[in-house]
Design a protein around this ligand. Structure first.
Ligand code: NAD
Length: 350
C-alpha cells in the first residue's frame, strides 16, 4: 500500500495528523510519503500542484488529502490558486468518480436543521462526475465583445463519460438499496438530454436496480423535503458540486463527511468533504472524523479491506456513543474535545 499524504492548508495538517495515526494503528504494510498541494505549494514553489507532488501522486495507490485554500491566496492569479492544484490532480489522475456519502448518525440527529423525523436514518450516496462538464469545457473566458465584457463557459459530455459514471452509481447501488436517481436539466440543456438518454440505456444493463430521473431544481427541493426517498444520486460535475454540499448539510455536520474520488482502477483520492476552515485553523478544535472516515473509504475502495474499514467506522461510532464532540457537533450535556483528543479517543476505541 503506497499512500501519498497531502495535508494542504488551514486545518488540513491538523486533521491529517489524526488520520495518519489511525492508519498507522491498523498495523498494515504501508508506505506513506508527504507532499505539498494547494496554497502551501504555491508559497514553496509558485505552483499549486508541483512536479514533485505529481510524481508521488502518480506512483501512489491512494492519496489522502486534508484540504486546500484560504483567503491568503484568493487574489492570486488563477493558475496560482490552491483550487487549481485540486482540479489538476483530479484531472491528471483521471479521478472521474466522486463518491460522497451523507449519513446522519443517530447520535447527531439534532445537528440537522431539518426535523429529526425528516432526516433520522438518512443514508444517501451522491455520485458526482468529476473531470468533465462546464468546469473543464473549452472555450471559456472573459473577453470584450461589442464594447462590453462577455463571460462564457462550455458544458459538454461525451456518452462514454456519462456511461462510466452511471456504471459507478449502479454498481454502488447494488451494494446498497438498489435505487439510482439520475439528475439532469434535460428540459433546457441538450448536453443533459444526452445524459438522460445514456442513463436510460445504461439502466437496461442493471435490471435489478430501480432507475429514476429528476430535474436538478426538483432534486434540490426534494433533498430538503423528503431526503430519505434517495439511495444513490448520480449527476454531472456542476450539479453534483451543489447537490452534494446540500446533502451534506442535511446532516448538519460537515466535519463528519468523508469523500472518495476514484479512477477506473479504484486508485483513489480520499478527503473530507469540507474545506480548509481558515477561521479555526491552528486552534486544535477542528473535527478530524471526516478525514478519519475518509481513511475507512480508502481501505474499502482502493485496498478492498472491508474488515479494516469497518474497524475504523465502528471506532468512530463508539466515540460518538461515548458522548465525545468537537465544537462543530457539540450539544449541551456532551463532552467537548479538541482535534487531538478526538483522535486519541478513536485510537482507544480501535
Ligand atoms: P469550509 O468547509 O472550509 O468551512 C465552512 C465552515 O465549516 C467554517 O465555519 C468552518 O470552520 C467549518 N468547518 C469545516 N470543516 C470543519 C471541521 N473539520 N471541523 C470543524 N468545523 C469545520 O468552507 P469555506 O469556509 O467555504 O472555505 C474555506 C476555504 O476552503 C476556501 O479557501 C475554499 O476554497 C476551500 N475549500 C477547499 C475544499 C477542498 O480542499 N476540497 C473544499 C471546499 C472549500
Amino acid at each position: 500500500m503506497k499512500i501519498c499524504v497531502l495535508p494542504g492548508d488551514g486545518i488540513g495538517p491538523e486533521i491529517i495528523a489524526e488520520a495518519v495515526r489511525v492508519l498507522q494503528a491498523l498495523d498494515l504494510k504501508m508506505e506513506m510519503e508527504e507532499a505539498l498541494l494547494g496554497g502551501c505549494a504555491v508559497d514553496a514553489t509558485g505552483d499549486p500542484y508541483p512536479v514533485a507532488t505529481q510524481k508521488l501522486a502518480l506512483a501512489a495507490d491512494a492519496i489522502l488529502l486534508g484540504a486546500v485554500g484560504g483567503p491568503k491566496w484568493d487574489s492570486n492569479p488563477r493558475e496560482q490558486r490552491p483550487e487549481r492544484g485540486l482540479l489538476g490532480i483530479r484531472k491528471q489522475l483521471g479521478l472521474f468518480a466522486n463518491l460522497r456519502p451523507a449519513i446522519l448518525y443517530p447520535e447527531l440527529a439534532n445537528a440537522s436543521s431539518l426535523k429529526p423525523e425528516v432526516v433520522a436514518g438518512l443514508d444517501i450516496l451522491i455520485v458526482r462526475e468529476l473531470t468533465g462538464d462546464i468546469y473543464f469545457g473549452q472555450p471559456r473566458g472573459i473577453e470584450m465583445r461589442n464594447g462590453e465584457r462577455f463571460g462564457f463557459n462550455t458544458m459538454h459530455y461525451t456518452e462514454s463519460e456519462i456511461r462510466r459514471i452511471l456504471r459507478v452509481a449502479f454498481d454502488a447501488a447494488r451494494k446498497r438499496n438498489r435505487k439510482v436517481c439520475s439528475v439532469d436539466k434535460m428540459n433546457v440543456l441538450e448536453c443533459t438530454q444526452l445524459w438522460r438518454d445514456v442513463a436510460t440505456e445504461t439502466g437496461r444493463e442493471y435490471p435489478d436496480v430501480e432507475l429514476s430521473h429528476m430535474l436538478v431544481d426538483n432534486a434540490a427541493m426534494q433533498l430538503v423535503k423528503n431526503p430519505r426517498q434517495f439511495d444513490v444520486m448520480v449527476t454531472g460535475n456542476m450539479f453534483g458540486d451543489i447537490l452534494s454540499d446540500e446533502a451534506s448539510m442535511l446532516t448538519g455536520s460537515i466535519g463528519m463527511l468523508p469523500s472518495a474520488s476514484l479512477d477506473a482502477n479504484n486508485k483513489g483520492l480520499y478527503e473530507p468533504s469540507h474545506g480548509s476552515a481558515p477561521d479555526i485553523a491552528g486552534k486544535g478544535v477542528a473535527n478530524p472524523l471526516a478525514t478519519i472516515l475518509s481513511v475507512a473509504m480508502m481501505l474499502r475502495y482502493t485496498f478492498a479491506n472491508e474488515v479494516a474499514a469497518r474497524r475504523v467506522e465502528d471506532a468512530v461510532k463508539k466515540v460518538l456513543a461515548q458522548g465525545l464532540r468537537t465544537g462543530d457537533i457539540y450539544e449541551a450535556g456532551m463532552k467537548k474535545v479538541g482535534t487531538r483528543e478526538m483522535g486519541d479517543a478513536v485510537l482507544a476505541a480501535m
